[in-house]
Write a protein that binds this ligand. Structure first.
Ligand code: PEP
Ligand code: MN
Length: 352
């Protein structure tokens, strides 16, 4: 159920409705929109009679027939725009969000090389896994907390916000501590205990679509996070498994307008995992910008043939420069901007 408040409802009226809901043993989620606040009710099974219709400031109480409520456009007018303290970066705003960096944090030198080049080209977010969910237990599993410390240095030195993956409850706490956005990977999209824990975290969550997940399953996974009180959720299309064998996965770009029709949450596209092939990252990035994605996640490595994970789909810094140039032009056609980039002189420090 959803309580739609009047456009000019006061904070006090919103609080009174929330109190009525919570007193009945349910959870109230006040979600401010561009024009009005909606209050989602969770914890109830079916409709409940709380007498809210007649409370001050209430416009209407609607029964939500969809299985998801808080992710739905019914819950919020306008799109979710995620902001970050002390940064101009946003996710879901007019500026296209670009997250770039290596698949994994391998060393300080490798991570800094990628960070320097992606910051210069205009990325505001840096990606790099410190915990890697690998298909084989014998593959590189990530550097763990040591990798997170390198990422925290990247934020300080290059002014990039850090997006990094949590694979379990323990790593989630550390990722929340060191990172700016908590990534939940495709393989964990239906790890419900991890989703609930991410929902109790204080940082935004980037949720990647599972390799065989339907749109509804993706939205329900996001609902798990939001139902715990974390409303800063970003969806990411990263390709799904099909019979096609010319790419690692099939990048389902049509999910972008499909998500945007149903949900106010931002949706990014990851053409690196989505194709698995370096030469397909640029054309599919262009297409993602054209289809209206809120941003891109791109794997970049200064020496991809020696990368410890996903080298075949990682692009060189010079290719990333070209990608940003082209995406910038396409973004303008669909009414969006791309950050111009900042150059940070890589001066040697005692720790280098
Ligand atoms: C990644 O981003 O490096 C990753 C492992 O992604 P996915 O979960 O989409 O496979
Ligand atoms: Mn990867």
């Amino acid at each position: 159920m959803l309580v739609v408040m009047q456009a000019h409802a006061t904070d006090e009226q919103v609080r009174a409705v929330c109190a009525r809901i919570e007193k009945a043993g349910f959870r109230a989620h006040a979600i401010p929109g561009a024009q009005r606040t909606a209050i989602g009710i969770t914890g109830n099974e079916g409709a409940v009679e709380l007498g809210i219709d007649d409370m001050e400031g209430v416009q209407e109480v609607i029964r939500v027939s969809k299985p998801y409520k808080l992710v739905s456009r019914d819950a919020k007018d306008g799109n979710t725009v995620i902001k970050f303290p002390n940064s101009e970066a946003t996710i879901g705003g007019r500026e296209l969000t670009v997250i770039a960096g290596p698949c994994s944090v391998e060393s300080r030198e490798q991570t800094f090389a990628a960070a320097e080049s992606v910051a210069r080209a205009g990325a505001r977010f840096f990606r790099g896994g410190a915990y890697k969910p690998r298909t084989s237990p014998y593959s590189f599993q990530g550097k763990g907390e040591e990798g997170l410390k390198i990422l925290a240095e990247v934020r300080d030195k290059f002014g990039l916000l850090i997006v990094t993956e949590a694979v379990d409850n323990e790593s989630l706490e550390l990722v929340e501590k060191y990172g700016d956005v908590i990534q939940i990977g495709a393989r964990n999209m239906q790890n419900f205990s991890l989703l609930k824990k991410a929902g109790r975290a204080k940082k935004p969550v980037l949720l990647k679509r599972g390799i065989a997940a339907t749109l509804e399953e993706l939205l329900m996974a996001a609902e798990y996070i939001m139902s715990e009180g974390n409303y800063n959720v970003v969806l990411c299309e990263r390709g799904v498994r099909t019979f096609a064998d010319h790419t690692r996965n099939t990048l389902d770009l049509s999910v972008v307008p499909a998500v945007q029709r149903l949900s106010h949450l931002p949706i990014l596209v990851d053409p690196s995992h989505g194709t698995g092939k370096r030469n397909k990252v640029l054309p599919m990035s262009r297409a993602a910008a054209a289809v209206g994605a809120d941003g891109l996640m791109i794997e970049v490595h200064h020496d991809p043939d020696k990368a410890l994970s996903d080298g075949a789909q990682s692009i060189f810094p010079y290719q990333f420069d070209q990608l940003m140039e082209e995406v910038r032009q396409i973004a303008a056609v669909v009414g969006r901007t791309v950050h111009a980039g900042t150059s940070v002189a890589h001066t040697a420090t005692s720790a280098d």
